[in-house]
Design a protein around this ligand. Sequence first.
Ligand SMILES: [Zn+2]
Length: 154
Amino acid sequence: MVDVFDIEKRSAVMAAIRSRGNRDTELKLASVLRDFQIKGWRRHQALPGRPDFVFRRERLVIFVDGCFWHGCPRHGRKPDSNRDYWLPKLQRNQTRDRIVARSLRRNGWTVLRLWEHDLKNPARIAARCRRALTRAEERRACEMTAFAVTSSDS
Ligand SMILES: [Zn+2]
């Protein structure tokens, strides 16, 4: 039997963990970006799914996903209690992540998703961000060339 009070209480606890966790991972990535001199990002931009970091010029967004909430294959262990409550909730998060990424990509954004656990290796994270920025920039350049060709044709 599922105890409703337990669920509510746990839900409140997890919500607290989530918001704190989010802030911690965001600040951690911000400091990695600063340490590795990766510039041009902003936070709190109004885009689908509220990406944690946005590079407007390159059109790159970065999400840092909590291992629990977004079902990391390594640490996204499903809770043992109240599974009827948690499983659909976690499932919904993952579905939402996919929908958000798709809609951003459709609008010309490159999407980089990092796991909370990736933050343990700052050098690797920085390298991945750099690669993603280069990729995003190349993609932008291609699109612009394509646009220039199309407009000079007409
Ligand atoms: Zn993980």
